[in-house]
Design a protein around this ligand. Structure first.
Ligand SMILES: *Cc1c(COP(=O)(O)O)cnc(C)c1O
Length: 371
């Protein structure tokens, strides 16, 4: 009898999530001092100063458990989003909420649907509870953006066995998105008893007229669960806080599997303050828009194909196996993200940094790709 035999079948076959390489790890490995990390879609401007001040103010009460109900953060969110507080489920990052959905609604008898090239947490959450994963092929480029979710193919896979469909809008690592019309048609085509998780981790960055606000669709589609996070545009990835908005009934079930104090007290106060700092958010979004332009123009100049992105990252085809390019960039002190595990072996995903960081990356890329 081995430990492997003891593990439940879904977990036995699980490959752990591969995070971006931390700066300190590269420092230890290569002894480099100037390192630019564009690997985890973090905010290059850092956290909002208001969020930092709030977190500092909460340090003296760290001996106390956090408010397990997250009353204040939920109150502010409910006001801002015009939903009832009972519709909100707070998570230790939105990944935590995705996991709660899987634990509350999936089992070895049911299945989940997600797209090819979709965010890696969907297969992990599905497999961990022993449910079957059904992967819909992504668009080939005719009826929708190449590499993007093909909602028609996803609906076709969604029969009675399917309890949860995971959609990322925009998706990571492709940066692709779908419009309101396609989403509504998809939701109408689904059986009522299929839950749809609409992951809007990059919502704040998107500036497209046809991009749907998932929360506005909740009143028409009670099977919808919209997830958002403070990790990306709000710059609080290190604190781990995100949330779901759904019907109160769904939120009730998510809360039954939620760890009692899943969101820590620093995260609660910092997120509450960050919501108030609209100036920091606006600066973040503006910097990102310029950076996306800087990187996409630079890729085009170099004849490198990239996937047009509406997020705070861009995925580029380096025209050869991307693993060695990633390694060579590390030696230049630039951390990006290889995405072979997403079925994209020739691509690298690059987070949009400051103008200077983007330029450091581009210069390093030129050195690495030059013959
Ligand atoms: C980064 C990301 C998240 C957010 O993760 P957190 O747990 O909130 O930090 C969720 N979904 C997608 C698609 C992401 O890229």
């Amino acid at each position: 009898m081995s430990i492997e035999d003891l593990a439940v079948p879904g977990v036995r076959r699980l490959t752990p999530y591969q995070p971006g390489k931390p700066i300190a790890e590269l420092e230890r490995e290569l002894g480099l001092s100037r390192i630019v990390k564009l690997a985890s879609n973090e905010n290059p401007l850092g956290p909002s100063p208001k969020a930092l001040e709030a977190a500092r103010g909460a340090l003296d009460a760290l001996h106390l458990y956090p408010d397990g109900a997250g009353f204040e953060l939920k109150a502010i969110l409910s006001h801002k989003l015009a939903v009832d507080a009972a519709q909100i489920t707070l998570g230790n990052g939105s990944n935590d909420v995705l996991d709660m959905v899987a634990r509350a609604f999936l089992s070895p008898e049911s299945a989940a649907v997600f797209s090819q090239h979709a965010f890696a947490v969907y297969p992990i959450a599905t497999q961990a509870v022993g449910a079957t994963a059904r992967v819909a092929p992504a668009h080939a480029g005719e009826r929708g953006p190449r590499y993007g979710h093909d909602l028609t193919a996803m609906a076709a896979l969604s029969d009675e066995q399917v309890r949860v469909v995971f959609l990322a809008n925009p998706n990571n690592p492709t940066g692709t998105h779908f419009g309101r019309k396609d989403l509504v048609a998809f939701l109408k085509a689904l059986p009522d008893n299929t839950l749809v998780v609409l992951d809007e981790a990059y919502f704040e960055y998107v500036d497209e007229p046809k991009y749907p606000d998932g929360i506005a669709l909740l009143k028409d589609f009670p099977n919808l669960i919209v997830t958002r996070t403070f990790s990306k545009a709000y710059g609080l990835a290190g604190l781990r806080v995100g949330y779901a908005v759904s019907s109160p009934e769904i939120a009730d079930f998510l809360n039954r599997v939620r760890q009692p104090f899943n969101v820590n007290s620093l995260a609660l106060v910092a997120a509450t303050a960050a919501l108030d700092d609209t100036e920091h958010l606006a600066r973040t979004v503006k910097l990102n828009r310029r950076g996306l332009k800087q990187l996409s123009e630079a890729f085009a100049e170099r004849d490198l194909q990239f996937i047009p992105s509406v997020g705070n990252f861009i995925t580029v085809d380096v025209g050869r196996a991307a693993g060695p390019v990633y390694d060579a960039l590390l030696r230049e002190g630039v951390i990006v993200r290889p995405v072979a595990n997403y079925g994209l072996p020739y691509h690298l995903r690059v987070t949009v940094g400051t103008e200077t960081e983007n330029q450091i990356f581009l210069d390093a890329l030129d050195r690495v790709l030059s013959p």
